[in-house]
Design a protein around this ligand. Structure first.
Ligand SMILES: *[C@@H]1O[C@H](CO)[C@@H](O)[C@H](O)[C@H]1NC(C)=O
Ligand SMILES: *[C@@H]1O[C@H](CO)[C@@H](O)[C@H](O)[C@H]1NC(C)=O
Length: 390
């Protein structure tokens, strides 16, 4: 073989090996980011001494806050009526809003709801500079019942309220099983009664560090975790960053976004039966329909990922504005076909009382803006290098 022939074969082989290695690397999980267990998120400089005490907490809203809320609800300007024949297609229907605000003013008894919300023991402890609020329910059981610690994480626009019905089921003994859960339900930083960060960059995966530290503070080096919405992202991050701490992970929002997932999505969009079973096909395909639905419904996502503070100003001043913004998500998030209903289908799954409980947690803590920032932090260049998405 000629010299040029050999050079050609050698360089082709080198090229193929190089490409092979790159493709192989592309499919490998990225290295775990380094995390700082003590990263400080509070205001100003980190104090030299850390307060590690755990303080009992009760929701106790002052009359002043309640009177102010009443005043605002009673002094709304007239709402812009919806277009004729329109239900929720242009956003939350103001005829429905009127009905809900009336219920809020006349039938929703906050002091009663406060007692309801205080039914589980609550605590506050400072983690990495932030006062973190959480429910902590220790089951009382006979000696041969095993107790597993379980961390439950909520998302947006929800709160610890979403777990109130399931807590008794998890913490009470049952003849069918020989275990119960010791349940810890924190408010995410900047949501409800957990202090918001003063520094930028508290992305979901950095919240994972906070919650792992919270569980350690409570005395659990190993625990189960379940997450919902952003809570699911945080739960996955805890399991990824601290696999030894996690006994099991359950997520109501699993989002694979690595290269393998994208290739599978592409192939299954042409041949669905390759990766998706018949029963679930309609949930993923046709892709065009699903993607246009995303565009129609995820405007808020882009807004909150870019300008949360601007949207937050008006919503934070107006309880009815906040109600419309949040309840619209509960409607469409439950079933997009509820857009075609005058009542937004809200009572199919919820009651006005439970919806207002959740809303009140955002209102009295004035935390809508800081809660919306989680979208920005998840996508900011500041956090991206750090985000765990696979
Ligand atoms: C709530 O706060 C008020 C006023 O500070 C106080 O009188 C009341 O006892 C508190 N209630 C609870 C349940 O802590
Ligand atoms: C949404 O509502 C429609 C109409 O009421 C119903 O046919 C459909 O099964 C619902 N979808 C889900 C996921 O519940």
């Amino acid at each position: 073989m000629s010299f040029t022939g050999k050079v050609f074969i050698l360089s082709s082989a080198t090229f193929i090996i190089y490409v092979g290695i790159q493709i192989y690397k592309y499919f490998q999980p990225p290295p775990l980011p380094l995390y700082d267990e003590n990263e400080y998120w509070g205001p100003g400089n980190q104090p030299s001494k850390q307060d590690t005490s755990i303080k009992p907490f009760m929701i106790n809203v002052s009359d002043e806050v309640l009177n102010d809320l009443k005043y605002r609800l009673e002094n709304d300007r007239p709402y812009t009526p919806p277009l004729e024949g329109i239900q929720q297609q242009y956003g939350f229907n103001t005829n429905l809003l009127k009905e809900i605000i009336k219920f809020w003013k006349n039938d929703y008894n906050w002091r009663e709801r406060e007692t309801f919300l205080n039914q589980f023991p609550q605590f506050i402890t400072n983690i990495q500079g932030l006062d973190i609020h959480y429910l902590h329910i220790k089951p009382k059981v006979s000696s041969d019942t095993i107790i597993f610690p379980l961390l439950l994480l909520h998302g947006w626009p929800t709160s610890v309220r979403e777990f109130y019905s399931i807590i008794p089921l998890l913490t009470k003994e049952d003849n069918e099983r020989n275990f119960v859960f010791e349940v810890v339900v924190p408010s995410l930083p900047g949501f409800g009664f957990s202090q918001p960060p003063s520094k930028r960059g508290l992305s979901p995966s950095k919240m994972a560090v906070i919650f792992k530290n919270l569980m350690k503070r409570i005395g659990h080096s190993q625990f189960y975790v379940q997450g919902e919405d952003w809570g699911g992202v945080i739960a996955t991050s805890i399991a990824t960053l601290f696999p030894k701490s996690i006994l099991g992970l359950h997520s109501s929002m699993c989002m694979p976004s690595g290269p393998k997932a994208l290739i599978k999505l592409f192939i299954s969009s042409l041949f669905p039966s390759f990766f998706v079973d018949k029963r679930s096909k309609h949930k993923m395909f046709p892709l065009l329909e699903k993607f246009s639905l995303l565009l129609e419904e995820f405007g808020y996502y882009l807004l909150q990922a870019t300008k949360p503070d601007t949207v937050g100003i008006g919503l934070g001043q107006s309880p009815s504005g906040m109600a419309a913004y949040i309840l619209e998500k509960f409607s469409t998030g439950t079933n997009v076909s509820f857009r075609e209903r005058e009542d937004a289908g809200l009572k199919e799954t919820f009651s006005y009382i439970t919806l207002l409980d959740n809303l009140m947690i955002y209102w009295i803590s004035n935390s809508l803006t800081t809660s919306m920032r989680i979208y920005s932090e998840a996508y900011s260049t500041h956090a991206r290098s750090w985000e765990v998405s696979r």
